[in-house]
Design a protein around this ligand. Structure first.
Ligand code: SAM
Length: 246
């Protein structure tokens, strides 16, 4: 059992229940300006990062997005059988409204929506060709358990792709913390006009987030192979990819 009391409930392996519940409340508070703040704080690079992650899937695939939030990534998954999972009913409501509209305009079947956490995915084994996690892995309560569940629902030969705030190593993490503590806070404060804006909590999850080598190790322990991690240009985000053996 990890003692996370000194850090208010966070460490690289996960987040205590009480801190996670508050984090979820804060994440829901970001919904009205979520895309706007993300775009400004990443200087517009969020679009390219999402495009890069999407390029790992092809039309016809069965895809799961874990932690879909308000659907910022899911709206541009085209020609695929899509399932969106999130523990927040509020996030799923916004995501569904957005996706139902764009998918019916494109003549696609509707996506499926699942209210659940990554650590307990109520879906069968060996189901998906791809699982994507964009800016949600950092919020998992138990990172290893979440990865085990994702491994279980992936088909043999399937791939997990994660994109989250970048922390290549502890030195890079120091620059990341500076960026989170200054620029991100200014942007969020200006856009929300609230000194107690929810991006304070997002900075907190980054502070206690692990490095590339830490999570690559956990992914290998879970059974993934060909585990890779790299920063995406211009260095604000990390991309992990890992395959379930055939
Ligand atoms: C910052 S949003 C990311 C939204 C979206 N994926 C994107 O591309 O911007 C993080 C999402 O992860 C969800 N989340 C938090 N804890 C989670 C968990 N344990 N399992 C799955 N999703 C979780 C939150 O409810 C939230 O909607």
């Amino acid at each position: 059992m990890t003692d996370r009391s000194a850090t208010g409930g966070f460490d690289p392996s996960g987040i205590d229940e009480e801190a996670w519940t508050e984090l979820e409340r804060q994440l829901e508070a970001t919904i009205p300006v979520y895309d706007k703040v993300n775009k400004i704080m990443t200087l517009g690079f969020d679009k390219g990062m999402r495009k890069h992650v999407r390029s790992h899937a092809e039309p016809g695939m069965k895809v799961l997005e874990v932690g879909c939030g308000p659907g910022s990534f899911a709206v541009d998954i085209v020609g695929m059988d899509l399932t969106c999972l999130d523990p927040s009913a509020e996030m799923l409501k916004v995501c569904k409204k957005r996706l139902d509209k764009v998918r019916s305009e494109r003549g696609e079947s509707q996506a499926s929506y699942v209210e659940a956490i990554a650590e307990e995915i109520p879906l069968p084994d060996n189901t998906f060709d791809r699982v994507f996690c964009l800016f949600s892995f950092r919020d998992f309560k138990d990172k290893k358990k979440g990865l085990e569940e994702i491994f279980r629902v992936l088909k043999p030969g399937g791939q997990l792709v994660i994109c989250d705030a970048g922390k290549a190593n502890w030195l890079h993490g120091l620059f990341g913390r500076l960026y989170m503590a200054t620029f991100v806070q200014w942007v969020a404060r200006i856009v929300t006009k609230d000194p107690n804006h929810p991006w304070k909590w997002l900075a907190r999850t980054y502070t206690h987030y692990g490095t590339h080598s830490y999570y690559k190790g956990v992914m290998k322990e879970v059974g993934f192979k060909d585990v890779k991690a790299r920063l995406l240009f211009p260095g604000m985000s990390s991309r992990f990819k890992a395959n379930k053996p055939e």
